[in-house]
Design a protein around this ligand. Structure first.
Ligand SMILES: NC(=O)C1=CN([C@@H]2O[C@H](COP(=O)(O)OP(=O)(O)OC[C@H]3O[C@@H](n4cnc5c(N)ncnc54)[C@H](O)[C@@H]3O)[C@@H](O)[C@H]2O)[C@@H](O)CC1
Ligand SMILES: Nc1ncnc2c1ncn2[C@@H]1O[C@H](COP(=O)(O)OP(=O)(O)O)[C@@H](O)[C@H]1O
Ligand SMILES: [K+]
Length: 512
């Protein structure tokens, strides 16, 4: 699903109005009706105080129109107009007139007004600012936002939590609504998925307000949200008359004394994802434990006992996954540098192999085309330098990925994959996966998919999704705390089954 910028949403808005020959207030009414239906389906007339805080732009207009619909259906409402500017939008004013015709008299909050009381049992509708926010809210509006956040009431944000800009981190982190739930119009917003801004969102859901399909289709979005719908077409079925050679030979290179488990995790995940053959290359000390723990994996050893010092491959693998537990010793860095020069097929580069690259930027030019780099935030910083905020990070990372022609995976709660100027935002995974070795499993999964013939970009998108899904399935059975990297691998098979199962079973995963 495409993620639009604010400007693209305004364009889609305008296009819809022109093509469908409607007026803009009709679109607002559609939006308000969808909001109303969502609330009504859950409350079913329950008597609870609904306090609507409405700005003076179109987000506020949505709020006012919603208030009218709630009132018409017998709900107890109070409308507070947050009067932060003289420049009221046309459709806000129209809806203000309509609500007055219904004998509802909003309370106007200005700079010197007392803040209205909010009980923890109230429902607050946040329609103060929408996607039009372009500067920090005034102090008194900020105080109101803090007052709402302190109320403990359920806060339903319209379109986007007020105070959250669409294209940068907030100017003042206290001046942003901490929404309990966000009902967002038509398309997801990038800020929902970034660590600095996603914290204000909690849960979100999209409402289809009828923006024209043609404009949604033809707009090129810089980011795409990856759900099951995007994943299923990437799946490559296993063929009846295939053999293990059909599914590729993966090489997993890594480990050092005390860190052989990382290779074990990656090799096991690689096999479980379907790689036909897997060979691990480790320092001598890893031989026995690997042979015993993952019997399906073939093992080659370095001449060095504790570290990788010279990588000699007796065959040409289809793909190499490298870096887990490998360390950053001088001799290891040299061996990795030589391998980069020799290898033509794409590699999946992780962990200390990334740290070696960061320390030796000259090596970057030797990375095989369409290789996949999987840094966590600290490793990313070593590669691309410090950033100002999440948007700056994405821009810097995009530039890096383009310059070196690699697929860059920024790992996190919503892992983002960058390639050739475009971003793919993952939707699976959970905080249980913040655990030792879960990155090693991801490297194994992606390597296993490349081995089977998935295009590197698709292998990455599919692999990141599958990894998170396997973690989600495990967590749904045993809870977040019990998620261990090795347990994620045990659910890879269930993950595939989930991806291939009929849609109604997995519908709930499409929400945030
Ligand atoms: N296509 C869509 O998705 C539709 C969007 N609609 C609503 O329209 C909203 C966008 O409306 P607007 O463009 O009117 O913008 P907002 O309602 O977000 O903000 C109102 C205006 O306030 C001004 N402003 C920005 N930052 C400010 C600040 N810190 N202090 C004071 N004033 C500030 C700006 O001039 C802005 O246009 C969406 O979020 C959505 O709720 C709906 O009405 C229907 C259609
Ligand atoms: N809060 C979270 N929500 C979802 N996924 C997470 C979260 N924290 C970590 N992960 C995932 O777990 C993996 C951790 O990788 P990494 O930090 O490299 O672990 P390690 O180095 O221990 O192997 C990544 O795929 C990341 O996206
Ligand atoms: K809002």
């Amino acid at each position: 699903m495409k993620i639009f910028s604010a400007q693209q949403i305004y364009n889609a808005d305008k296009f819809t109005i022109e093509k469908q020959q409607i007026t803009s207030d009709v679109l607002m009414e559609q939006a308000a009706t969808k909001l109303f239906e969502w609330i009504h389906a859950r409350l079913r007339g329950t008597q609870v105080n609904i306090k609507l805080f409405c700005g003076i732009g179109n987000n506020g207009g949505d709020g006012i129109a919603l208030a009218r619909l709630l009132h018409e259906h017998g709900y107890s409402i109070q409308v507070h107009v947050v009067n932060y500017s003289e420049k009221r939008s046309k459709d806000f004013l129209l809806n203000l007139e309509r609500i007055k015709e219904n004998k509802i008299w909003p309370d106007f909050i200005n700079e010197d007004s007392d803040l209205p009381e909010i009980s923890p049992n109230d429902i607050v509708v946040d329609a103060i600012f929408g996607i039009g926010l372009n500067r920090t809210p005034d102090k008194w509006v900020g105080r109101l936002i803090q007052h709402i956040n302190a109320s403990q009431a359920f806060v339903l944000a319209v379109d986007i939590p007020s105070g959250l800009p669409m294209d940068r981190s907030p100017w003042n982190t206290y001046y942003v609504i901490e929404a309990s739930y966000v009902l967002s119009f038509q398309v997801p917003k990038l800020v929902f998925f970034l660590p600095e801004t996603g914290v204000y969102v909690n849960q979100w859901e999209l409402l289809d307000i009828g923006l024209d399909a043609e404009i949604l289709e033809k707009t090129d979005a810089a980011y795409e949200l990856v759900g099951r719908q995007e994943i299923l077409p990437l799946y490559r079925p296993r063929l009846k008359f295939s053999h293990k050679g059909t599914y590729g030979h993966s090489m997993i290179i890594g480990g050092s004394y005390g860190k052989i488990g990382a290779v074990q995790l990656a090799s096991n995940a690689c096999l479980t994802t379907g790689s036909g053959l897997v060979t691990a290359f480790v320092p001598k000390c890893g031989y026995q434990s690997l042979q015993t723990s993952v019997p399906e994996v073939m093992v080659l050893t370095d001449e060095d006992e504790r570290n990788i010092s010279k990588i000699t491959l007796p065959f040409v693998p289809d793909v190499i996954g490298i870096g887990m537990g490998i360390g950053t010793e001088e001799k290891t860095a040299k061996a990795f540098g030589n391998l980069l020069k020799e290898m033509k097929a794409p590699m999946v580069i992780d962990a200390d192999a990334l740290n070696i690259l960061a320390k030796n930027p000259k090596m970057l030019k030797d990375i095989p085309e369409k290789s996949i780099l999987t840094p966590h935030p600290k490793e990313l910083e070593r590669l691309i330098g410090a950033w100002e905020d999440d948007f700056d990070k994405l821009e810097k990372a995009k530039t890096f990925a383009k310059e070196h022609e690699v697929i860059l995976v920024i790992k996190g709660a919503h892992t983002i994959i960058l390639y050739n100027g475009k971003g793919y935002v993952n939707t699976t995974g959970n905080p249980g996966m913040a655990t030792a070795g879960s990155g090693d499993v991801l490297t194994g999964i992606i390597t296993g998919l490349v081995a089977q013939g998935y295009e590197p970009l698709y292998a990455t998108i599919f692999g990141v999704y599958l990894h998170g899904l396997a973690g989600d399935i495990f967590a749904s059975q045993q809870g977040y705390e019990a998620v261990k990297a090795s347990e994620i691998s045990t659910m890879i098979g269930r993950g595939f089954m989930d991806i291939l199962s009929p849609p109604e079973v997995v519908e709930d995963r499409e929400k945030g």
